[in-house]
Ligand binder design. Structure first.
Ligand SMILES: N[C@@H](CCC(=O)N[C@@H](CS)C(=O)NCC(=O)O)C(=O)O
Length: 368
């Protein structure tokens, strides 16, 4: 439904489109295009402004929030700008970031599979009393992630009472250029982001706070690291990220190129799990914790919304047993919020699901 807000946003996007269009026409009239190829390139960019605007997320550019794909289409180098990322660690030996109770804060979305890993680790490593959490609203629309606790499970920004997640990034660095993603590990003492890369946050959680919690469980033990790393790589490329590449494909060719290895890897893992409860060795490891958020979203969302529809996880004998078993762990069950998951995907990607219909699907993992 078009309300005043939507209408204003649509008008703005059309204005931007027209600005691009007139700059192309002016350059053409002034004979600034040296080659036909350069002209075609500009026209293609213009088309992408119109075609891509909905699923392209906003970004911060020089500290200001900019919506949609306009940035990557403005031809002024924004796309080439190296995005700021935060890749620090926490340890006793670190000059700044020491493991201290109550010092760090995690910003997450329950919908996000990358953030889900960090919540699982926070619970497995008994960090709930030491690391506080804010949860964004599941809808990620023109303003990116927002804080609005009217949706059950979502919270306010407990640290700053911000309305938008991008304000957290602005607080870390006022002139920042970056995409605005969850999860974020925030340091209350230096008022900045320590790390916003989930694969590194979980490694921090795995060991950094052991002296505080007396929890020495190691989900990345030395003797299994090579095997875990190998599986992580295939699972990241073909599953964790593979579902997005499949769902956001804009040509049959790119869809095929993503969906085929996706099911090849699922077939392979189903075989690997025959008679086994875990991917590597006989205990829970990082490889399982990085895989399970994707499996838990698969039948409810990826199968339908991202057209990953050759098979459901429920159709795989071993993968379905494995996922159901892992879901019984408190750390996984309590950090899984199916309402946030469904709402986020079916509402946030308007170009894939313009009417925002949430399909009626049985939730296999909640059946007993
Ligand atoms: N590599 C990052 C990826 C995080 C990520 O892409 N998060 C998504 C949510 S599932 C996000 O916040 N996207 C917003 C955007 O890209 O603008 C990680 O693993 O932490």
């Amino acid at each position: 439904m078009i309300n005043d807000l939507n209408l204003a946003q649509i008008k703005m996007k059309i204005d931007l489109f027209l600005i691009h269009k007139s700059s192309i026409i002016n350059s053409y009239n002034n004979q600034q295009y040296k080659t036909q190829k350069a002209l075609v390139k500009s026209c293609n960019k213009l088309t992408s402004v119109l075609c891509n605007w909905r699923e392209n997320m906003g970004k911060l550019v020089d500290g200001s929030w900019v919506e949609g794909s306009i940035i990557s289409s403005d031809g002024k180098g924004a796309y080439a700008r190296i995005p700021r990322s935060f890749r620090e660690t926490i340890s006793q030996d670190h000059a700044v970031y020491k493991p201290q109770s109550g010092r760090y804060h995690l910003y997450v979305s329950y919908a996000c599979p990358w953030a889900h890993r960090t919540l699982i680790y926070r619970a497995l490593k008994n960090l709930q009393d030491h690391i506080t959490v804010s949860v964004v609203h599941p809808d990620m629309l023109d303003n990116g992630w927002v804080f609005d606790d009217s949706f059950k499970g979502a919270t306010q920004d407990h640290l700053f009472n911000n309305k938008h997640l991008y304000e957290v990034y602005q607080q870390a660095q006022p002139d920042i250029s970056t995409s605005v993603t969850v999860p974020i590990l925030w340091d209350k003492q230096t008022n900045t982001i320590v790390n916003n890369e989930s694969s590194e946050i979980i490694r921090i959680f795995n060991t950094a706070f052991n002296d505080l919690t007396n929890n020495t469980e190691d989900y990345y033990p030395k003797h299994l690291q090579t095997q875990i790393d190998e599986l992580n790589e295939e699972i990241y490329n073909n599953l964790n990220n593979g579902v997005y590449r499949t769902g956001f494909a804009k040509t049959q060719q790119s869809y095929d190129a993503a969906v085929k290895p996706l099911f090849k890897t699922l077939d392979k893992l189903d075989k690997l799990l025959d008679g086994k409860d875990f991917l590597v060795g006989d205990t829970l490891t990082e490889a399982d914790i990085r895989l399970v958020p994707t499996l838990l979203r698969f039948d409810l969302v990826y199968y339908v919304h991202f057209k990953c529809s050759q098979k459901r996880i429920a159709d795989y004998k071993n993968l379905s047993r494995y996922t159901k078993n892992l879901y019984q762990l408190d750390a996984i069950k309590n950090s899984t919020n199916f309402e946030h998951i469904k709402r986020h995907y079916y509402f946030s990607h308007e170009s894939i699901n313009p009417y925002r219909i949430v399909p009626f699907i049985a939730n296999f993992f909640e059946e007993t």
